[in-house]
Design a protein around this ligand. Structure first.
Ligand code: 5AD
Ligand code: SF4
Length: 476
């Protein structure tokens, strides 16, 4: 390594108050510290890294110990009622810490900010700061306001904010996988979903800053990026200088071209928007992973119409067929909501049938939770009893588990390229990593192989969630 390079690398490595090494942290002195908890989707975790970067520039370093922090933040999720309940419980815990340390500032960030600002701040007096997803640049000023006893609040949504120019400070990172936000908001208006209200209108980030961020993480040793957005297939960025537009398929290729050793994933796709061009990009680039998260939500056309998903069952099936036709090796996963308003037993069976038919390798499954302000809350009665919702959820979970197991059984005897992510949860003698097809693999360590390496792993056994195998060779 050149001397100059060594110097830059050293500058980038900073140690927080607990001795944790943080990559990309500000080289100036950190006089104060913040503690942040994140809930909900990958997008929220990625936002917390933007918040961390903004605070870092103002002299705040991250800490993993709440009781040592000057500022405690919770990045919240509103997608289901249960997520909101969890956050209230955490706020009560933070307030106990505040009784010990009167100067502690407690802030709520993210999706609950807009919905519950008055309640949390004025009625329940649980927080000093409320900052919505588009107002994070204001955070340092609002913290200062809170320190002088004023209430710091900004929940305005923006049509432009994409935080293009902010290099996230990677928190909780294993140094191998990085998440890059490519767009914000959602214009889809699925009837059950609160996201368009909490995160506002859809806007795409400058393609060049996305590619630069991918290059930057690769240069720091990361080997996989996941491009994040509520609906990545509707990504479209117009270059203000040339007027030329970049589509999602084009962006995927631009990121894949950063380096063949950088794996590229993306989430989430909408069945109505994913194009053949995206499928060609996956097919034609070894480092764009053969895996698509394509939420179906339901297997029944009437329910899909009530959900305002804008496709029906035959359309979804045609999409799946097209994916398997162009990329026979591709794996697909889904999100499913069970017990949506008026869903009958037969319609529930349609969802079970879709899970089997589509051969999803996994699904994230939920029972319907009515969210205030959504189209479903305004138009339909939440009429499926809680017990029925829970029973239907248990049924689809069982069906999916069996599908996952069947899919994993087919992998036994095959050999896959796996990116080593780190130690397995259960043993320091074993590594975990994923195949390009998004299957988790556990295998014994061998000398000379480290996290961030690519290895070939022969699969020997499995359960419904994991493959087990051994390294046959390291890929240089
Ligand atoms: N109730 C239950 N699940 C929901 N989701 C979104 N809104 C709701 C809701 N009101 C699920 C959808 C979405 C995933 C992120 O969360 O399946 O794809
Ligand atoms: Fe919500 Fe639908 Fe947008 Fe996903 S696509 S965030 S489910 S409105």
């Amino acid at each position: 390594m050149l001397e100059q390079e060594i110097e830059t690398k050293e500058k980038e490595i900073l140690v927080d108050r607990q001795g944790e090494v943080l990559t990309g942290a500000s080289p100036h002195k950190l006089s104060k510290s913040f503690y942040i908890e994140s809930y909900g989707c990958a997008m929220n975790f990625s936002d917390s890294e933007i918040v961390a970067s903004i605070l870092n520039k103002e002299g705040y370093g991250p800490t993993k110990e709440m009781d040592q922090a000057d500022l405690v933040l919770i990045n919240t999720c509103s997608i289901r009622e249960k997520a909101e309940d969890t956050i209230r419980q955490r706020l009560t815990v933070f307030n106990k810490a505040k009784r010990e340390n009167k100067k502690l500032v407690i802030g709520v960030l993210g999706c609950m900010a807009e919905r519950l600002k008055t309640k949390l701040m004025e009625e329940e007096k649980l927080v000093d700061l409320v900052v919505g997803p588009d107002a994070y640049r204001e955070l340092p000023g609002l913290v200062n306001a809170a320190l002088t006893g004023q209430k710091g609040i900004n929940v305005l949504l923006s049509r432009e904010e994409t935080y293009d120019d902010i290099t996230p400070l990677r928190l909780e990172s294993n140094g191998v996988l990085a998440y890059i936000s490519i767009m914000r908001g959602c214009d889809n208006m699925c009837s059950f979903c609160v996201v368009p209200f909490t995160r506002g209108r859809e806007r795409s980030r400058n393609a060049f800053t996305i590619v630069a961020e991918a290059q930057d993480v690769f240069d720091r040793g990361y080997k996989e990026v996941t491009l994040l957005g509520q609906n990545v297939d509707s990504y479209r960025w117009e270059n203000p200088e040339t007027g030329a537009a970049v589509s999602f398929a084009e962006l995927l290729v631009m990121v894949a071209e950063v380096n063949p050793k950088l794996r590229v994933r993306f989430s989430t796709s909408h069945p109505k928007d994913i194009t053949d061009e995206v499928l060609y990009a996956i097919r034609d680039h070894h480092n764009i992973c053969n895996y698509i998260h394509l939420p179906a939500q339901s297997g029944n056309s009437r329910i899909l119409k009530l959900m305002n998903r804008t496709y029906d069952r035959p359309w979804y099936e045609a999409k799946i067929n097209r994916i398997y036709e162009l990329i026979p090796d591709c794996t697909i996963s889904s999100d499913i909501i069970t017990g949506f308003c008026t869903e009958t037993e037969e319609e529930h069976q349609d969802t079970i049938d879709l899970i089997k038919w589509s051969k999803f390798i996994l699904s994230y499954m939920f029972y319907y939770s009515e969210r205030p302000g959504t189209m479903a809350a305004r138009k339909y009665e939440d009429d499926i009893p809680y017990e029925t919702k829970k029973r239907r959820l248990a049924e689809i979970v069982d069906v999916q588990r069996e599908e996952s197991r069947q899919s994993n059984l087919k992998d036994i005897g095959r050999t896959y390229e796996v990116l080593v992510e780190g130690n397995s949860k259960k043993s320091d003698l074993q590594f975990k990593g994923k195949t390009g097809r998004f299957k988790m693999v556990i295998f014994d360590k061998i000398p000379g192989v480290l996290p961030g390496d690519y290895v070939m792993v022969k699969i020997e056994s499995c359960n419904s969630a994991t493959l087990f195998g051994h390294i046959t060779k390291k890929i240089d």
